[in-house]
Design a protein around this ligand. Structure first.
Ligand code: SF4
Length: 548
């Protein structure tokens, strides 16, 4: 795509206006607050305010998933030995069936893996009319007879909420009857403005029903949990490899390559390291209050980010031996990944990327593009909240709206037997002076360049304006956007499922990513597509709106 190489960046304010002018006035007014031209943080560290976590305007084509998708698909999806039953129509269950390419690794012949299964009650019209609780009870019994799991999770979809089936009562009854842990998630799809509500609901129930059940403390001097890592394309395997090499014990991973037992023992760890802030900050905060486990933000996407995160974890434990081992691992791993970067950079440097995905991925993957010498000119989240963009400092000023009130906020107290503060004020002050701050996330905008566009809940129409005005060399999003973007002659990299690639986390993952992106942005196949802006007459759909 020679033309794209020399294409100058447009004025972002003009692009914003071009996006807004097609919308009815009310929608345009709302979207104007969700599309922000970024500026560097001011002296107080403030970036521009963005309107986020708001309902999508009806009629626009959004990227978002539903609450059920966030609960069952994102958080529970990667757990291999909790048998999950979807209570609802077959379509909802099918939709959440391993579409994120989560992977897992069993430990032996007796280790179970339920991830390839999609169990659901296949709700029919008569269940909607007469209620589906009987059917759900029967499904739980049948699933127990077939698999004999130690835990069963029940997930509600939209119709269940509408007819009022009490899935929590069914879970309690079945727990009593079968003598295993059965718990339920009221994650009907309509319950929040996006899949973000589902993450919150999933965190609450896993915390309430599983975390803290088993006090067996795994061996190891430095015990941590990784939160918000979902083992897409094998990312968790690469992080596990690095932690093991450093001598750090992974107690639990929420929830890539995870098990029920890991969740039950998670409270015995001494530190929570959070990857995806949006999907799981709830768990970090609740574990700190109940068990005294502090959390720090980490990022294993990008070679430099991985090195930094390993150093931060080692810094927390204040042990010179661990610090030295981590430095040694970094010294062993970095040269290879730097060689890979040096090889592809001449072909990738100067190219432009856009990322519209997830609740931390649109931030984290900018690291990898930076390492390739590529510029991220526009980015946004599909289910982020203001703190994911602007940093947690804005939390006290975020107004709780009706949609957020819809999601249960757990009242968490210190566990009388298990609460153990891991850091006293002295240690916290010492680490703080060394630059290690707890429960802090600066958000995406502070790291993005001036005049880049930050867009929350981007619509299809806005995507097309971006493609036309910026002509990016790569667009990162999901399967819903993939083919529409590629028809414009622009490659799309899926960052929810990684298409067929990965892992992209850690050092080896970074090298994989460099090579995949090099192949994509330099493939000649895109030159065979005539994008609409080069066609003589770009066809445009015309519509007549009925009013009144
Ligand atoms: S929105 Fe409701 S009906 Fe649609 S997939 Fe989600 S839970 Fe199912």
């Amino acid at each position: 795509m020679e033309a794209a190489k020399t294409h100058a960046l447009p004025d972002p304010e003009a692009v914003k206006q071009a996006m807004l002018e097609k919308f009815p006035a009310k929608v345009a007014k709302k979207r104007a607050k969700q599309i922000v031209v970024n500026r560097a943080p001011d002296a107080a560290g403030r970036v521009p305010e963005i309107h986020a976590n708001a309902r999508t305007s009806p009629g626009v084509i959004t990227q978002r998933g539903c609450t059920y998708a966030g609960c069952k698909g994102v958080i529970l999806g990667p757990v291999r030995d909790i048998l999950t039953i979807t209570h609802g129509p077959v379509g909802c269950g099918f939709y959440s069936w391993l579409t994120r390419r989560n992977q897992t690794r069993t430990q032996g012949p007796d280790d179970v893996n339920y991830m390839p299964y999609a169990l659901m009650t296949d709700m029919q019209e008569e269940d909607i009319v007469f209620g589906g609780e009987k059917k759900l009870r029967q499904a739980v019994r049948e699933a127990y007879e077939t698999f004999r799991p130690q835990a069963i999770a029940l997930c509600a979809t939209c119709p269940v909420g509408l007819i009022g089936d009490d899935i929590h009562a069914v879970a309690r009854e079945m727990k009593e009857e079968l003598g295993i842990n059965v718990f339920a998630f009221s994650c009907e799809g309509y319950k929040g403005v996006s899949q973000s509500a589902g993450h919150h609901i999933a965190n609450n129930q896993v915390f309430k029903h599983v975390v803290g059940l088993d006090d067996t403390t795994p061996e190891g001097e430095y015990r941590i949990n990784i939160l918000g890592e979902y083992n897409i394309g094998g990312d968790a395997f690469e992080i596990e490899r690095l932690l093991e090499k450093c001598g750090i014990t992974l107690v639990a991973s929420f929830s890539g390559n995870a098990t029920y037992e890991q969740f039950a023992r998670a409270h015995t760890a001494d530190l929570n390291a959070i990857m995806c802030h949006r999907s799981i900050n709830y768990m970090g905060d609740m574990m700190e209050k109940k068990f005294g486990v502090p959390w720090i933000k980490v990022n294993f996407i990008g070679a430099q980010a991985t090195a930094k995160s390993l150093r931060r974890i080692a810094q927390y434990f204040e042990d010179p031996e661990l610090l030295a081992r981590v430095e040694q691992v970094i010294a062993e791993e970095l040269p290879e990944v730097e060689r890979a970067a040096a090889e592809v950079r001449p072909r990738t440097a100067g190219k432009r990327a856009m990322l519209f995905v997830g609740g931390s991925r649109a931030h984290h993957y900018q690291e990898l593009f930076r390492e390739l010498g590529m510029e991220t000119v526009a980015a946004g989240y599909e289910f982020g909240h203001r703190d994911d963009y602007e940093g947690r400092a804005v939390l006290p000023s975020v107004k709780v709206d009706a949609d957020s009130r819809n999601i249960e906020e757990l009242e968490v107290e210190p566990d009388p037997a298990r609460f153990r503060p891991r850091t006293g004020p002295e240690k916290a002050a010492r680490l703080g002076a060394g630059g290690l701050s707890f429960a802090e996330y600066q958000g995406m905008m502070a790291e993005m360049a001036e005049k880049t566009l930050v867009i929350d809940d981007i619509s299809h129409h806005e995507t097309e304006v971006l493609l036309k005005k910026y002509r990016p060399h790569i667009f990162c999003a999901g399967i819903k956007e993939k083919y529409a973007v590629q028809k414009w002659g622009i490659p799309l990299k899926q960052l929810h499922s990684y298409d067929y690639g990965g892992p992209y986390a850690g050092f080896r993952g970074a090298a994989n990513f460099y090579r995949d992106i090099d192949r994509m942005v330099n493939s000649r196949v895109w030159t065979y597509v005539t994008p609409p802006w080069e066609a003589e007459e770009a066809p445009e759909a015309k519509a007549v709106y009925a009013c009144g």
